[in-house]
Design a protein around this ligand. Structure first.
Ligand SMILES: COc1nc2nc(N)nc(N)c2nc1C
Length: 309
């Protein structure tokens, strides 16, 4: 039974990764469900084989009375805002005053969701938390385990890391959820962001598990067992580890390319299946990020361009 249990876990993780992270399933849902059912029965008949990182825990989890508070080892800061091209050029001038003219940027979509932190130790997902006030968040591990795009195990066991990402509800899921709530005469969610936040604040993970949430991982808070020199390298590293990163990011040689990127997405964002509220621009070199440092509440090496609401 143990051999079959491990075989099923590997298979289900692979299929889940293909479906929820790559969006390229290689087997029909019926096949996935059949294997999952077999694993659930095997685990029920052999409790000694139970594992809290088994794919079966995504659909289970006990109801909590409250969320435990957790301290972020590395604060989850907020971003300074830019509202027009001039603000972006001011940001670029400040950066170049700090680190010189040899600077490049990464521009990425700012997902309109809920910032979360995911901690992995010896390759296993051990803690998921909300941003909270930046230093203290809430332990919502059970709810985040229901997000299929979040790997419960990562291949590289020697890597321990804490990653940050934005949990979100796809627009289609938001529409279906509100239609269902309309039918049941329940209060509607105002927007996908509130729906995602409301779902992750549920004390019963079975509710969160039915909300079809997803995530885009956008950065590393802490990392040991590996090193990277730039933000673009960290995005590729996260993708290689099996995380779902947003594919629309662009390495920009200068602020002009950033401005073009921002303009482009200002027009195209309604084509996306998820809501974005802006573009985040970061100095690519981690060494230059270090040189620029932080203000009391935000990195000096990043800025969020906000689209008009
Ligand atoms: C470096 O800090 C950050 N980076 C970010 N990147 C993206 N894509 N989206 C965010 N919401 C975000 N937020 C923060 C605080």
């Amino acid at each position: 039974a143990s051999k079959r249990v491990h075989e099923l876990r590997e298979l289900l993780e692979k299929y889940s990764y293909e479906y929820y992270v790559l969006d390229k399933p290689t087997v029909p849902d019926s096949e996935y469900d059949k294997l999952l059912q077999e694993l659930i029965e095997l685990e029920n008949n052999h409790p000694e084989l139970r594992d809290e990182h088994s794919p079966t825990v995504r659909v289970g989890g006990q109801v909590l009375d409250y969320f435990r508070k957790v301290q972020h080892k590395v604060p989850m800061l907020s971003l300074g805002n830019a509202f027009n091209e001039e603000d972006l050029r001011d940001f670029d001038r400040r950066v170049r005053n700090g680190v010189g003219d040899n600077v490049s940027y990464v521009a990425e979509l700012k997902i309109d969701g809920l910032a979360v932190s995911l901690t992995y130790e010896e390759g296993r997902f051990v803690l998921g938390a909300t941003r909270g006030d930046g230093t203290t968040g809430e332990d919502i591990t059970n709810n985040l385990k229901t997000i299929r795009a979040i790997p419960l195990r990562i291949k590289d066991k020697d890597v321990s890391l804490e990653v940050r990402g934005e949990a979100y509800m796809p627009k289609r899921s938001f529409q279906k959820l509100n239609e269902a709530r309309q039918e049941e005469g329940q209060e509607l969610f105002a927007n996908p962001r509130n729906a995602a936040a409301g779902s992750l604040r549920q004390l019963d993970p079975n509710i969160a598990g039915k909300r079809n949430l997803s995530i885009f991982v956008y950065g590393i808070g802490q990392l040991s067992g590996h090193s990277v020199d730039s933000h673009s390298e960290s995005l590729n590293f996260l993708k290689d580890l099996g995380f779902k990163t947003n594919p629309e990011w662009k390495h920009c040689k200068n602020i002009d390319e950033v401005v073009d990127f921002v303009r482009g997405w200002g027009e195209r964002r309604q084509d996306l299946d998820y809501e974005i509220d802006g573009i985040v621009i970061k100095v690519d070199s981690l060494y230059q990020q270090e040189e620029l440092g932080f203000t009391a509440k935000s990195p000096r090496w990043a800025i969020a361009y906000k689209f008009p609401a």
